[in-house]
Design a protein around this ligand. Structure first.
Ligand code: DQA
Length: 137
């Protein structure tokens, strides 16, 4: 099974960025642990701060991979382009968020991803990614 985690803007700063919201573990350390635990799954990772690069990656993997775990971060709430890309591809997408976006500012309550996602996992810290992975398995 081939899965990719795609992270959007500022998620390269996990571990340093607002640790009271996002925790103190870097994504690098987290994904190493995930790969060690799920050795029979091919887990790829891509992060970009640039909207178009996220769309390019969705198009690149979205007709051949078995699953996409997408945290589009702030673009979740603004990007019709990423929402359209999720709709255009055939690989199922699970939308994840580390924090509970519904307990935060109201502008985080809207998602352009959710209507076309297979499912949404929100608010379980980095565990959100593992829960998404387990749902594909
Ligand atoms: C986030 C929530 C978004 O609102 C925010 O812009 C992020 C991270 C999360 O994982 O909790 O950058 O997607």
């Amino acid at each position: 099974m081939k899965i990719i985690i795609i992270n959007g803007p500022n998620l390269n700063l996990l571990g340093q960025r607002e640790p009271e919201i996002y925790g103190s573990l870097s994504f690098d350390t987290f994904i190493k642990g995930l790969k060690r635990k799920y050795t029979s799954t091919d887990i790829q990772y891509f992060q970009s701060n640039i909207e178009g690069e996220l769309i390019n990656k969705l198009q690149e993997v979205g007709f051949s991979y078995d699953g996409i775990i997408l945290n589009a971060a702030a673009y979740t709430h603004t990007s019709i382009g990423i929402g359209d890309a999720v709709k255009a591809i055939t690989t199922p997408v699970i939308e994840v968020h580390i924090s509970n976006t519904f307990s935060r500012e109201s502008f985080r309550h809207q998602s352009f991803i959710s209507p076309n996602a297979k499912g949404v996992i929100i608010g379980f810290g980095l565990k959100s990614y593992e829960l998404a992975l387990q749902s594909f398995l």
